[in-house]
Design a protein around this ligand. Structure first.
Ligand code: FBP
Length: 552
């Protein structure tokens, strides 16, 4: 019996494409330096914190006559949540390093930043990497969410790298992890530690994006997986005609995934958290507007539909945001018995704990299950784990109760039979789409090219992603130029700015133009499963978000 599927066998044979510049055998890849990239905000504060890496130029690549280059010993880690294509970043990095010098070595630190701190590593050889090419998951070396933010941790990283003679480190992660990459590069330069640091943009959430990072890897594959599932549910809904499907979609803060899935499937209703915040919509406002669509469809005999909800919604609803922040503060300041707080159903009692009167009322209006999640599910900093809140159940509870009232008052005579879903983990480790497989391989290869050129404090970037791969343009982008100052855990910190849905942007405009029609009529689109083979217009397509952002 084969231990890998026929599809896995075929995917192993897939050869990612490199753009022209990386395909000139027998040449050296060198860099061209362009204008410096300066932060758009908080320039002076960033300059003070990044004296060594501030004002570095954007770089592109060119090929020159081949000369002997030194071998490089490089370390690599995954940091944060899984995203399809990670193994191809490593494959591209490995191939790029071997192209520089066949004696180069690549070490994978295991289970994310923890591996760097404990020197838990393996050497990544051609044989070891081979079965992981074009596969999903991060299981080649694992990942983790430990944050590297203290100098003593940086010194440990230095010691462990020195033991392996490592002169470059590649951090594959999201906005926080790449912020760390920038800080580490600065620390090493400031302390004359000869270790280069390069980042690669990963996260299914799509929120590590700016003028230079057109998308983060994993977003394409995850949205295709969720859209396939949503499309199948749409088909079930118009077949059975009896359920409203309330679907929570992963994406911790930003609503890019929900928006892309709406564009791909034309679900009847999609909530965009950024719009909720911008319009200061209360939970009741949201429930009322969903109910009016449910009522309208019911008047046409359609007691079914699809509602997409972004994972991070509750944090964008003003009164719940205040409640969460008050709960975070009181949990941090006081030695509180979480269980008795969770069981308190009296507003005066809650005020004694330190909640404001308004937050106590908001808290008590939530279903018991959600109250429990708000109080009990805390991360290592004591903060609410917003991603663990069953927002789909919260909405089902509130919608059912409102529709019941409307029924009792004679304003609604339909039937509301809800089904809750959460699509998250099923989209993070699928074999990468052709787009992500190619994109990731190129990100890794670009990281190797920057290592070869001796650069540090850069993020690997590919531009022109809506074009065929041959026209893609690899870049190196200085991380300090993408920073701004934000308040985190009580103090001002330099961080790469998270990209939320732009309500003035083209993807949102496209959604907004169509949403009334999608709400009333059944305009469902059924994207079907990811296609790895077949017509390029399907197999190599990128997301609608990227297409709209690049071309309109
Ligand atoms: P990253 O930003 O680290 O890539 O993770 C994103 C994400 O998939 C979110 O969408 C989700 O909220 C979170 O990870 C889940 O985290 P965990 O894997 O720890 O449950």
């Amino acid at each position: 019996m084969n231990s890998i599927s026929p599809l896995q066998v075929e995917r192993l044979n897939f050869e990612p494409t490199l753009p022209e510049i990386f395909r000139k055998n027998g040449t050296n890849i060198t860099i061209t330096k362009h204008d410096p990239l300066l932060p758009t905000k908080d320039r002076e504060s960033i300059k003070v914190r990044f004296p060594e890496t501030f004002g570095k130029p954007i770089i592109t690549f060119r090929s020159e006559e081949k000369q002997e280059t030194q071998p490089h010993n490089v370390g690599v880690i995954f940091s944060g949540g899984q995203a399809s294509g990670g193994h191809n970043v490593i494959a591209g990095l490995f191939d790029g390093l071997k192209y520089l010098n066949k004696n180069s070595k690549l070490y994978g630190f295991l289970n994310g930043p923890d591996g760097l701190l404990t020197n838990n590593h393996i050497e990544l050889t051609a044989e070891l990497i081979k079965p992981f090419r074009n596969s999903g998951g991060f299981d080649m070396i694992g990942s983790g969410r430990t944050k590297l933010n203290h100098n003593d941790q940086f010194d440990t990283v230095k010691e462990n790298c020195t033991k392996l003679d490592i002169s470059s480190l590649v951090i594959i992660g999201g906005d926080d992890s790449n912020t760390t990459a920038g800080i580490l590069a600065e620390y090493f330069l400031a302390n004359n530690i000869p270790i280069q640091v390069i980042g690669c943009p990963k996260t299914i959430d799509g929120d590590l994006r700016n003028d230079w990072i057109e998308t983060s890897f994993g977003f394409d594959t995850a949205c295709k997986v969720y859209s396939e599932l949503i499309g199948s549910i749409c088909r079930d809904a118009i077949s059975a005609k009896k359920y409203w499907h309330i679907i929570k979609l992963m994406g911790r803060s930003a609503s890019h995934i929900a928006l892309e899935c709406a564009l791909q499937t034309h679900a009847n209703i999609t909530i965009i958290s950024e719009e909720v915040e911008n319009e200061k919509l209360t939970l009741q406002n949201i429930i009322d507007s969903i109910c009016s669509i449910i009522l309208n469809r019911s008047n046409f005999g359609k007691n079914y539909g699809i509602l997409l909800v972004p994972e991070g919604l509750v944090e964008f609803i003003p009164e719940i945001k205040v409640l969460i922040s008050e709960l975070n503060d009181l949990m941090a300041e006081n030695d509180i018995n979480q269980e008795s707080l969770a069981n308190t159903c009296d507003s005066t009692e809650l005020e004694k704990y330190g909640l404001s009167k308004h937050s106590a009322e908001v808290y008590l209006a939530l279903p018991a299950e959600i109250r429990l999640q708000l109080v009990m599910d805390r991360d290592s900093h004591g903060n609410v784990q917003v991603s663990k809140i069953d927002t789909e159940k919260l909405l089902i509870h509130k919608l059912s109760s409102r529709l019941n009232d409307l029924k009792n008052s004679g304003d609604y005579n339909g039937s509301f039979s809800p089904q809750g879903h959460f699509f998250g983990y099923e989209g993070r480790c699928v074999a990468p789409s052709n787009f992500d497989a190619n994109y990731c391989y190129n990100l890794g290869y670009t990281a190797a090219a920057m290592i070869g050129a001796g650069e540090t404090g850069y993020l690997s970037s590919i531009k022109n992603l809506n074009m065929p791969v041959s026209a893609w343009q690899p870049h190196g982008i200085p991380i300090s130029g993408m920073m701004n100052m934000e308040r985190r855990h009580g103090s001002e910190k330099p961080v790469i700015q998270k990209y939320l849905v732009d309500l003035g942007g083209k993807p949102f405009a496209e959604f907004s133009k169509n949403r009334d029609d999608w709400a009333e009529n059944d305009r469902y689109v059924f994207p079907g499963p990811i296609q790895y083979f077949g017509p390029s217009s399907i197999a190599d397509a990128c997301t609608i978000t990227l297409t709209l952002e690049k071309t309109g």
